[in-house]
Write a protein that binds this ligand. Structure first.
Ligand code: NAD
Length: 472
């Protein structure tokens, strides 16, 4: 039985300290990188549908101002507390640094169970929260830009941008005050699935490294890999879907009400629709039920993807996990004790702080789109298509051969917004994976991939402070 005597932020600090030893920065710079720069705790009243008034507890934390704006999602959950928001904000700083997104880390949280409120009540809470952020200058295209997180999505982001715009009439860049918006409200195509797609690109890159796979006793590539996913929300659903589309087998899916398992593989969309129509993931035709959801995580598989909440794998259940590789799609799903167990067992943990950076990467693209006021691909799509048509015509007339219809469409296609977003994300995740792996390979004393990721992050933020100087 493990005893956890530190908080989530404490766990992040612990990982930071472990990695700081492998960097050249002096104590003062390391302290400055580690601490949260600003913590805003607020309380505000909301009148519920039944006429009663409830006082809501909420937070916004700006972990680092080494680059602005600050960036990070807003979480709606009953478990929200200051320590959690601080930890998540810190992870955002490191995450942005690793994927070269020029933001400081931030995070927001409202302590409510969103399922216990009507849509109208949630709208009032979200709009009031936004107004509180505006009052303290904790939101704005150049200061702090929230996004979705656990329990929030496009709908909440639309309420936020609408509230901000109403209170900043004429501010031309107002749409850039929040990301993860619906496309009709200034969002970017590809943002919804971005985190899950980033998880897939990151893990695929690791699976494509023959030396890493050989060490784990796995074959190279994603095809045929057996995958278990916890959480069928935004991140979990899309991670599972992209793995399935690439030829992996999703053998188990776990939700809070239970889990299901099938040796033949589960069809992610069918499970999703089954849950939507029956209200539960359980009793999916042909699958075995687990009433205790976490039991599914302990089944045989190649890759385990926790994509729900933090601290779900700890010193207690880690020894029973049979996966060869764990992809942290959620933030903080493993405790430091679990990390130690996996390091000893030779299980590879691909860390949250870069693996789930797809959301913030595409949020960055959305923010840039809002500031430039033009859709990606609008200027070059037709030009590229005309050029490709011309090149293809020349090739066909020189060779006397015709390219088949499918290939013709592929070659001639000029990029749409979603094509550019996907390719920007793919490039980002591949580069980050290689950078972290290289850092790890180049220093034999670095114990695990998480520590290597922290080293990369600390060096980038440290460099930024060194170049910036410290304001007197
Ligand atoms: P979400 O609300 O869309 O989905 C979370 C899912 O997990 C829900 O379906 C919920 O029912 C399920 N769940 C909750 N407790 C569970 C339990 N004990 N066992 C199994 N399932 C459980 O949230 P999300 O946006 O997918 O976020 C999930 C995680 O990914 C969080 O840790 C979040 O911080 C992280 N994350 C999200 C984004 C993003 O873009 N949304 C980006 C980076 C990281």
């Amino acid at each position: 039985m493990s005893v956890k005597n530190y908080s989530f932020f404490g766990a992040v600090e612990r990982s930071f300290n472990k990695a700081a030893k492998f960097t050249k920065w002096d104590k003062g710079i390391l302290e400055q990188i580690k601490e949260c720069n600003a913590v805003y705790q607020m309380r505000f009243p909301v009148k519920k549908d039944d006429g009663t008034i409830e006082v809501i507890e909420a937070y916004r934390v700006q972990h680092s101002h080494h680059k602005t704006p600050c960036k990070g999602g807003i979480r709606f959950a009953a478990e929200v507390n200051q320590d959690e928001v601080m930890a998540l904000a810190a992870l955002m700083t490191y995450k942005c640094a690793i994927v070269n997104v020029p933001f400081g880390g931030g995070k927001g949280g409202i302590k409510i169970n969103p399922r216990a409120y009507s849509a109208y009540e949630l709208e009032k809470i979200t709009r009031r929260y936004t107004a509180e952020l505006i009052k303290k200058n904790f939101i704005g295209p150049g200061t702090d830009v929230p996004a979705p997180d656990y329990g929030t999505g496009e709908r909440e982001m639309a309420w936020i941008v609408d509230t901000y715009t109403a209170m900043h009439p004429g501010e031309i860049d107002a749409a850039a005050c929040v990301t993860g918006k619906p496309v009709t409200q200034g969002g970017v195509r590809g943002r919804r699935e971005a985190t899950g797609l980033g998880v897939f690109f990151g893990l695929r890159e690791v699976c494509n490294m023959p030396d890493v796979m050989a060490k784990l006793g796995l074959t190279t590539g994603v095809e045929g890999k057996q995958v278990i996913v916890q959480g069928l929300g935004n991140v979990g659903y899309h991670s599972a879907k992209f793995f399935q589309d690439a030829g992996a087998k999703i053998v188990a899916l776990a939700e809070y009400e239970g889990a299901i398992w099938s040796a033949d593989g589960l069809n992610v969309d069918e499970v999703f629709n089954h849950r939507k129509s029956t209200g539960s993931i359980l009793n999916f035709p042909g699958a075995k039920n687990f009433d205790k959801s976490t039991d599914a995580l302990e089944m045989e598989c190649d890759i385990l993807i926790p994509a729900a909440l933090e601290n779900v794998i700890d010193g207690d259940n880690a020894p029973r996990i049979k996966a060869k590789m764990i992809g942290e799609a959620a933030n903080g799903p493993l405790t430091p004790e679990a990390d130690e167990v996996f390091a000893k067992k030779g299980i590879l943990v691909v860390p949250d702080m870069y693996l789930n950076a797809g959301g913030v990467t595409v949020s960055y693209f959305e923010w840039l789109k809002n500031l430039s006021h033009v859709r990606y691909g609008r200027l070059e799509k037709r030009f590229t298509e005309n050029l490709n048509t011309h090149i293809l015509g020349q090739m066909e007339s020189l060779t006397g051969k015709k390219v088949d219809k499918h290939e013709r469409e592929f070659i001639m296609h000029g990029p749409d917004e979603v094509d550019l977003v996907y390719s920007g994300l793919e490039e980002t995740m591949i580069t980050a994976t290689r950078e972290i792996m290289d850092c790890w390979k180049n220093n034999a004393d670095i114990p695990d991939m998480r520590t290597a990721a922290y080293v990369v992050a600390i060096n980038k933020v440290g460099n930024s402070y060194a170049e910036l100087g410290i304001f007197p």
